[in-house]
Write a protein that binds this ligand. Structure first.
Ligand code: C2E
Ligand code: CA
Ligand code: CA
Length: 850
């Protein structure tokens, strides 16, 4: 055996080197490994992973006359050792070759196994045969040439497989293959024939130029060509063939041929080897070679398709990417070679420093094998521009693993955010810190108090009867008055506390470290200030204030709880009269009455079959193709309470969520909306869809899939006419669970929209894991889209990206013609807003839009 292998060593070594595969060979019964085909370091490592004894055991696990030729042994996390038995024609194991992989690419590994198995078996069999027939000299010569040919085939195949990669064009691959085949198989002509609008077209040809009759293949209808049916045919001169083939061979002057289909049936690509004048009986090694060559070419066709899709010919994708303001770059996951860059990416990486910085940050060593997504920020050299980087690992057809990067310039957003956070903390009117800053500071104070085991206090202050003052003085003077009081409070508390304006005439005073006595003293001081008049433009005005206070952590250590307690104390103080204050610890605890009322009424309304909950409909308008066509509506709930009057969602949805009542209310809205939409669909608008808001709480119910399936059933609506609106907020829950639930619902055929996009914290790439169909951009980005370049850029880039990943974009809250004009120039599909209509009761909606 060793001489067989010795003969092959060089070619085998070359093949394995090209494929970057380590291997070793073991003969059955022999004590030692024949040879390691790898470098000394790797050999040492492999020896440390698996001993010769273990290899021997593995080799002896292949039974003679058995069918199993492959057996895998796991090493380390991902590594694999594959034993491949090479057998005699009678099934006896001749020797075993072990291949090592670190697990990077299974398809590649399988392909290599296949090439080796076929080539080595063929080679060994021939060699065997040869040595058995030394007496027959003529035949011997023949066999030597067959042996030579087999060696050549093996070499050709390894060379051909070597350059399968993303960048080799189909054209070059095809040239290589037919050239190599001419050397190995020796036909008169090799062709690649393509089906083009029902007729055959020769796209490659090699060998003695076609006779006139063979030329007639060009333009021949596919229906007259028996081999163009997606199958593979091997026809020798003495084969018994169908009449169709007989006629076809006669017409084209062919005596024998091998025809291999190398595309899918739609692609209609065939590799053909033809004999014209002489007789030919195809040999098994030739057939096997041709099949493998076909296989290689098929892979190339797929790669070519892929590179088309990503990089080369596919004009559409190219236009999308090239016009995208985001940079898109695709890298080979293992070599880190760049495979594709759109215009924006080329520009970004023009600066070699950027290229190097980016590689260092994101590619070397790059994401780990199991990391499919990655996000980060990248600061460009020189300009200091900031980019948001989103990476997705993708496995392309043909098995090539690539890393796709979408890199978008967020410099403006960053600057804007900075500006916002700077100005976001200050109240315009009084110059005090505002509610936003208050929440942040309050949280810090609570945490500090908890950690340092100290105590902090919060006082809420609300002016008494400010509304009357407001009406009496007029807005301008009332504003001045507010400024003055704000200023006075701040002066009093300045040393030990901070005052915030948290509402129209509401203030919060935060005392980071105090005790109850100190706090009381401060409240006293403030109270006495309000006993005196405030002078404004030469006149004196009186206005008192009520105060409520809590201490933390005594009264609680959570912001919400503390706030409602302070609020409650304030409420109690106000109930006592003017200029009063109360401390939470001192007041008798009872729930604020109006909250209790709402809760009670809400429970009753739900118990009464949700009859008081009405569904209003706001039209959604399709603005693609320059038109404005209504394409459905969003269902929005209203509560017409007989006790409390008509209530908008903002007044009761939060409490309904808190009490869990949103579940029955939501289901009521869902069924009602589905029924209504089904009615529209039946009466002239089969295309209308209805959007229904789904609370996270509903999503987290175990039976949510059933609830939705039931709504579809009882209403009869087509599933894809129902769009469920979910918010980014759901992502703070167990993302895997949410993903599963959404996928199960999506399976029903229902669509999903991501509501209020842009107001949360999650990125589009994070959300992209979910089965979403629409993105609803929040109203706050639209409010001043006609004047603010940040809003413009945000909506523009989000809709571009969304479009590229096949999400429809809906923009909400469009009120003015001008906003619509701006949006029509973006990739926005639909708009919704007062410009078209407010949410309307069902009958009014139908009057206007049906
Ligand atoms: P949303 O889902 O973002 O609904 C859009 C809100 O924007 C609606 O307020 C709508 O009336 C309002 N709107 C639409 N166009 C314009 C416009 O051009 N200008 C202005 N200023 N506003 C516009 P609505 O009906 O008060 O609903 C408020 C929120 O209550 C909804 O926000 C949604 O989060 C929630 N909601 C409403 N119905 C339901 C429901 O059935 N279930 C659940 N879970 N939540 C609901
Ligand atoms: Ca909504
Ligand atoms: Ca919304």
């Amino acid at each position: 055996m060793s001489d067989i292998i010795s003969d092959l060593t060089d070619t085998l070594r070359e093949f394995l080197e090209i494929e970057q595969i380590s291997a070793c060979i073991l003969q059955r019964g022999s004590k030692n490994v024949f040879e390691y085909f790898t470098d000394p370091d790797q050999e040492k490592y492999l020896r440390s992973q698996i001993s010769a004894d273990e290899l021997r055991n593995a080799a002896s696990s292949f039974a003679d006359y058995d069918v199993a030729d492959v057996s895998d042994i796991q090493i380390g996390e991902n590594g694999k050792i594959r034993g491949l038995a090479i057998r005699n024609p009678d099934g006896k194991v001749r020797f075993v070759i072990f291949l090592f992989t670190d697990g990077t690419d299974d398809t590649q590994f399988d392909r290599i196994t296949k090439v080796l198995s076929e080539s080595l078996t063929t080679y060994c069999n021939l060699k065997e045969e040869l040595s058995q027939r030394t007496d027959d000299i003529r035949k011997n010569r023949d066999d030597i040439s067959r042996l030579e040919r087999s060696r050549r085939m093996f070499k050709s195949l390894s060379k051909l497989t070597e350059d399968i990669n993303f960048k080799v064009s189909f054209d070059r691959a095809a040239d290589d293959i037919i050239k190599q085949s001419m050397l190995c198989v020796d036909p008169d002509v090799s062709l690649i024939v393509k089906e083009d609008s029902g007729v055959a077209q020769i796209i490659k040809q090699s060998g003695s130029a076609g006779t006139a009759s063979l030329g007639s293949l060009n333009g021949m209808p596919v229906s007259d060509i028996p081999f163009m049916d997606g199958k593979t045919y091997t026809i020798s001169s003495d084969s018994i063939i169908s009449n169709e083939f007989k006629q076809f061979f006669a017409k084209c002057g062919i005596s024998a041929g091998i025809f291999v289909s190398i595309g899918s049936t739609e692609d209609g690509l065939y590799l053909c080897f033809l004999k014209k004048d002489s007789e030919k009986t195809w040999q098994s090694d030739e057939i096997s070679f041709v099949r493998q060559a076909g296989e290689i070419l098929r892979t190339k066709v797929e790669f070519a398709g892929l590179s088309n899709a990503v990089a080369e010919a596919d004009d559409f994708i190219r236009t999308v990417f090239d016009n995208s303001s985001s940079a898109v770059a695709v890298f080979d996951a293992s070599t880190k070679e760049d495979l594709y860059m759109n215009e924006a990416a080329k520009k970004l990486f023009e600066d070699s420093l950027n290229d190097e910085l980016f590689r260092r940050q994101f590619l070397i060593p790059g994401p780990s094998e199991d990391q499919d997504k990655m996000t980060g920020e990248f600061a460009a050299s020189g300009t200091g521009d900031i980019y948001q980087v989103n990476m997705t690992r993708a496995s392309q057809r043909g098995g090539l693993k690539v890393l796709v990067f979408a890199i978008s310039d967020i410099t403006k957003q960053k600057q804007y955010q900075k500006k916002l956070t700077e100005s976001a903390d200050i109240d315009d009117l009084t110059g005090l810190y505002n509610r936003h800053r208050f929440h942040a500071d309050f949280e810090t104070c609570i945490n500090d108090a908890k950690r340092g085991q100290g105590m902090g206090s919060l006082i809420l202050l609300d002016l008494d009867d400010f509304n009357e003052l407001n009406d009496g003085l007029g807005h301008v003077l009332a504003d001045k008055f507010l400024k003055k009081t704000a200023w006075s409070i701040q002066q009093i508390v300045r040393k030990e506390a901070q005052c915030y304006r948290v509402g129209g005439d509401e203030f919060a005073i935060l005392i980071p470290s105090s005790d109850i006595e100190e706090m009381k003293k401060l409240m006293q001081k403030i109270q006495s200030r309000f006993e005196k008049p405030f002078s404004l433009d030469g006149n004196d005005y009186y206005c008192t204030a009520g105060m409520g206070a809590v201490n933390f952590p005594q009264d609680g250590d959570e912001e919400d709880g503390l706030l409602s307690k302070a609020d409650f104390a304030l409420h109690e103080a106000k109930a006592k009269g003017k200029n009063k204050s109360d401390i939470f610890a001192d007041v008798e605890i009872k729930m604020p009455p109006d909250r209790l009322n709402v809760e009670k009424a809400l429970r009753e309304a739900v118990a009464d079959d949700c009859r008081e909950f009405l569904v209003y409909y706001q039209p959604v308008v399709d603005i693609t193709n320059g038109e404005s066509r209504c394409c459905g509506a969003e269902a929005l709930v209203r509560w017409d309470s007989h006790k409390l009057g008509f209530m908008p969602p903002s007044k009761f949805i939060p409490m309904a969520e808190y009490l869990g009542l949103i579940i029955p209310i939501g289901e009521h809205v869902l069924i009602e909306a589905c029924r209504t939409c089904h009615h529209w669909n039946e009466f002239g608008h089969p295309e209308y869809k209805v959007n229904v808001n789904l609370s996270v709480l509903q999503l987290l119910q175990n039976d949510v899939v059933h609830t939705i399936a039931n709504a579809l059933k009882v209403s009869g609506i087509e599933p894809d006419n129902l769009v469920l609106e979910v918010t980014e907020g759901m992502a703070i829950n167990d993302m895997d669970k949410i993903k599963r639930v959404l996928e199960d619902i999506h399976e029903l055929g229902v669509r999903f929209a991501l509501d209020d996009f842009g107001t949360g914290y999650s990125s589009l790439s994070h959300m992209k894991q979910l089965p979403l169909d629409e993105l609803k951009i929040d109203k706050c980005f639209i409010d001043d889209i006609d004047s603010d370049s940040y809003s413009d850029a945000f909506v523009r880039s989000v809709s571009q990206l969304a479009d590229a990943v096949d999400l429809n974009v809906v923009v909400e809250g469009v009120e003015r013609e001008k906003q619509q004009d701006v949006l029509k120039n973006m990739d926005v599909d639909m708009i919704q807003g007062f410009l078209y209509d407010k949410p309307l009761p069902k009958d009014q909606f139908e009057k206007r839009w049906l």
